[in-house]
Design a protein around this ligand. Structure first.
Ligand SMILES: NC(=O)c1ccc[n+]([C@@H]2O[C@H](COP(=O)([O-])OP(=O)(O)OC[C@H]3O[C@@H](n4cnc5c(N)ncnc54)[C@H](O)[C@@H]3O)[C@@H](O)[C@H]2O)c1
Length: 442
């Protein structure tokens, strides 16, 4: 069993630390935020991720939390799990990564620095040079990107589709791969640049699928097809598969938006215009705003109308609101003059723009509302289309940004229903001025 040091007690660092401890390794997790380390020492996890608290508790004798960088000096592996947010230009901000390199304590033997943070291609080569310049030639380096998804992070770490290890020296790759010996998954070994690109390309592909199905949904709306059926029929094709074919109000979160921008910038800094990815990003931005158009189609002007935003986290089973569509929706609605109420079972509504009324229950959110928008696919919202909710609303309109509800059942329960890429019922559509009939023979 090995001694593993981890820089960063966020989603990736804490999950990696808890899982390595569960696999039998001795783990020291270091962060720079005293409140986080204090909370962890007291057994409290600073974010919502099911199964993490139990795993930390179960392995508490193999886990230490610290602010002191010297506490990782004895570790054989030093995992970098710090955040790499976008800079103003969209490039990845690697300042925290470099802080870790600069702060490395005196290290003896042949410890290996392992990059789990998502970084641009070429970062490993730069870090390798940086280590050598600092007299740390004896420290190995490997790229070992993380593919976990929030909301199912432990499951993803323990049962990954693959483990990717890129290293400059094959012995370093062997050593990193050996940490995962108890996990049954294929190991993809590569050079460092390719390992970094695997992570960026995988994310870009997933986002491409989301924007693709969202565009198909928009065409379904214009033509009367049902995107849920379309996705089912497409996804059963073995060449395509069913994953990431759920139409909705666009992706958000701490990874996809920043990683797509970072890859786009990486390409353009290298002289290549990544047209497909640019389109994926643009489609996603427009998709978040389509809900406003839907609301206007049903309600006319949104000035003075009350809209309930149900779900604030960027997806269910997490409290992460980084780049969440709820933030864009709330600010667009406020700009349109609407009153906005917001509810989420775990996410912190104070991260929304000022002026939003954050409430504690679904009932409080919809009371007197002109529309309810399902923004996050929380389990609690699956039963939204019930009489008590309908009776509380000023007008029983549900805009289902996640296609969570059954359109027919929702309409039968007395609601006007508008999903993403679902056919409209004649009763849902406001009277329109008829198009003039085309001239015969035209
Ligand atoms: N969240 C995900 O779902 C996910 C999945 C795969 C990959 N990633 C990537 O992993 C990286 C981390 O993501 P995250 O979501 O865990 O970020 P996070 O913001 O939740 O956590 C990062 C942590 O690093 C700490 N930190 C900053 N500087 C430090 C330093 N010098 N020493 C020690 N700790 C320091 C921060 O205080 C914070 O607690 C990012 O590059 C991200 O793109 C994230």
């Amino acid at each position: 069993m090995s001694k593993v040091g981890i820089f960063g007690a966020g989603w990736v660092g804490l999950v990696t630390g808890a899982c390595f401890a569960d696999l039998g390794h001795e783990v020291v997790i270091r962060d720079v935020v005293p409140e986080k380390i204090e909370a962890l020492r007291q057994g409290r996890v600073p974010f919502h991720e099911e199964a993490v608290p139990a795993l930390l508790e179960r392995n508490s004798d193999r886990l230490t939390f610290t602010l002191d960088v010297d506490d990782v000096a004895e570790c054989e592996f030093l995992f970098i799990c710090v955040d790499t947010p976008p800079t103003y230009s969209g490039d990845a901000d690697l300042s925290r990564v470099w802080t870790v390199v600069d702060e490395l304590p005196e290290l003896s033997g042949h410890p290996i620095l392992v990059m789990k943070s998502t970084v641009p291609v070429g970062t490993g080569e730069k870090v390798r040079t940086g280590l050598d310049e600092r007299g740390l030639e004896h420290v190995g380096y490997a790229s070992n990107p993380e593919f976990l998804a929030e909301g199912r992070a432990i499951e993803d770490f323990m049962h990954p589709d693959r483990i990717v290890v890129g290293a400059f020296e094959s012995e370093d790759a062997d050593a990193v791969a050996a940490l995962y010996d108890k996990i049954d998954a294929p190991v993809v070994r590569s050079d460092v640049n390719s390992a970094e690109m695997i992570k960026l390309a995988a994310n870009a592909f997933l986002m491409t699928r989301i924007s693709f199905i969202n565009e198909i949904a928009n065409v379904c709306e214009a033509t009367g097809a049902d995107v849920v059926k379309v996705a089912e029929g497409v996804g059963l094709d073995k060449r395509l598969g069913p994953h990431f074919l759920k139409a909705g109000i666009g992706y958000g979160g701490s990874c996809f938006p920043k990683d797509s921008l970072a890859l786009k910038q990486l390409a353009s800094n290298s002289g290549y215009h990544f047209q497909l990815l640019s389109a994926v990003i643009e489609v996603n931005e427009l998709q978040k705003r389509r809900v406003i158009g839907k609301l206007k189609r049903h309600l006319g002007s949104l000035e003075g109308k009350t809209v309930a935003l149900l779900g604030l986290a960027f997806k269910a089973n997490t409290d992460d609101m980084r780049e969440a569509p709820s933030i864009v929706l709330a600010s667009r609605l406020l700009a349109e003059g609407a009153e906005v109420r917001a509810w989420d079972p775990v996410a912190d509504g104070r991260k929304l723009p000022k002026g939003v009324d954050v409430v504690d229950s679904i009932e409080d959110a919809v009371r007197g509302a002109d529309a309810a928008v399902i923004v996050t696919e929380w389990e609690q919202l699956k039963s939204l289309a019930r009489p008590e909710i309908r009776d509380l609303m000023a007008s029983p309109l549900i805009v289902d940004g996640r296609n969570l509800l059954d359109p027919e059942e929702t309409r039968n329960a007395g609601f006007t229903y508008d999903g993403i890429g679902r056919p409209q019922s004649p009763s849902d559509v406001l009277p329109q001025t008829p198009e003039p009939a085309p001239a015969r023979g035209a």
